[in-house]
Design a binder for this molecule. Structure first.
Ligand code: GP9
Length: 418
């Protein structure tokens, strides 16, 4: 029988209750520094190109005894690309598929991570070195719970790459504001930093191209990408050193993840270099795979988490690490350190609504919306399998997306959050 919307939401709310013993509260009272990295794909992690390590610093961080590294983590964006990655991660709600969520629902009431941290005494600021009104951030951030937005107009830069400010300038100058936050009061802070340099088409000036590219791969999008993500990797390492030099490192939880894919699957021009780099065909599940690293200085962690998850799971995962429970909003994700059910990723872009990625499968729901035209592949054998046994999972995914959309459409938290 048909379940009512209210019953559906009650069910989602009920499953939020999670004892969450693993890593509960290991970040309690510390600052929370989250870095969302432009186009950081997981396929560059722990990978060499012709004997050259692409992201040596992120590799070091991810394999540190004080880090958790999630290697089976996926993007979950709609029409708002980078801004949806922010929205989904901070709120654990699905993005709108009509318009970028930051535009369509800028005025809605939310209870995402910035609000949770503020309710627990934190100051929450956002940092991004591009135009204040791009993706409507200046308006959306207010209802997301950020008290201040350090944007392009707060930075000085002489050198421009791609969209503008370089990641090194961005991180260096952000230190000034982080020090301000640190000295502001007794309270810890939540800083949300969004990088910019490694943006498509990834063209870097000659002096920043540190990876030697083979003649036959030169000028490909992927070759450019390796150069630019290598630069960003170095910028992040300098930033962490800077946190140490400024005495902020030991008191902070540092979280890093990619906002979305770097190279679209199915680009003919990229086939050769990707095959060479990966030694296997590049498909949508690899394209949408982004890394998540949670680094807690002085905590004994040192683990790679293979549980499948996505940006939808970010908020519950971080909330448990910080030791706080979300008792106000409704979140659709799962704490990846305390899995209480089998997790599925339900994307709506690149893989269409009804599709899913699970531990073993990638189900590609047909673009025409006809189940019978869908296909499923085993993620390990890469072979196609019979689609019939996945009907209930796809309908569950569609149901969840619709429930989340109901929250957005009806500004549901307006009444719900006291
Ligand atoms: C711009 C930056 C890029 O502010 O966040 O957004 P994208 O084009 O990647 O969605």
């Amino acid at each position: 029988e048909e379940q009512t919307i209210e019953d559906g939401l009650k069910q989602i709310e009920k499953r939020m209750k999670n004892e969450g013993q693993n890593y509960h509260g290991i970040g309690k009272g510390k600052n929370l520094i989250v870095i969302q990295v432009e186009s950081l794909a997981n396929f560059v992690m722990f990978r060499d190109y012709d004997g050259q390590e692409i992201t040596p610093n992120l590799n070091k961080l991810a394999s540190s005894p004080h880090s958790l590294y999630y290697n089976n983590y996926f993007q979950l964006i709609g029409k708002g690309n980078t801004s949806d990655a922010e929205f989904v991660s901070l709120n654990s709600l699905y993005p709108s598929m009509e318009k970028p969520t930051y535009f369509q629902y800028a005025d809605n009431k939310f209870y995402g991570l910035p609000w949770l941290m503020r309710d627990n005494g934190y100051t929450a600021w956002a940092f991004h070195g591009y135009k204040r009104d791009f993706w409507n951030r200046d308006e959306a951030y207010i209802n997301q719970g950020f008290e201040r937005f350090i944007a392009e107009d707060n930075f000085n830069f002489t050198e421009e790459i791609g969209f503008g400010i370089t990641d090194k300038d961005f991180f260096n100058q952000s230190m000034f504001y982080l020090n301000q936050l640190d000295q502001k009061d007794e309270n810890p802070f939540f800083a949300f930093l969004v990088t910019l340099t490694s943006h498509n088409p990834y063209e870097m000036p000659e002096e920043y191209q540190k990876i030697n590219i083979k003649e036959e791969h030169k000028d490909s999008l992927t070759a450019n990408y390796l150069q630019s993500i290598h630069y960003t990797d170095e910028a992040i390492a300098e930033f962490i050193q800077n946190l140490k030099d400024n005495g902020l490192y030991d008191d902070s939880v540092i979280v890093i993840y990619g906002d979305h894919f770097a190279i679209n699957a199915g680009l003919e021009t990229e086939e050769e270099i990707l095959n060479y780099l990966l030694g296997r065909p590049y498909d949508y599940d690899m394209m949408m795979n982004i890394p998540l690293i949670i680094h807690v200085p002085n905590e004994n962690l040192g683990k790679t988490i293979t549980t499948v998850g996505s940006q939808l799971d970010f908020y519950p995962t971080i909330a448990n690490i910080m030791g706080y429970e979300n008792t106000k909003g409704i979140t659709f994700g799962m704490d990846l350190n305390n899995p209480i059910r089998e997790n599925y990723v339900f994307p709506q872009t690149y893989l269409y609504k009804g599709s899913f990625i699970s531990q073993d499968y990638m189900f590609q729901f047909s673009r025409d919306g006809v189940y019978e035209n869908s296909k499923v592949i085993n993620r390990f054998t890469r072979r196609e399998e019979d689609i019939n046994k996945f009907m209930d999972v796809t309908s569950r995914g569609i149901r969840e997306i619709d429930l989340s959309d109901y929250i957005l459409k009806n500004n549901y938290f307006m009444e719900y959050i006291k």
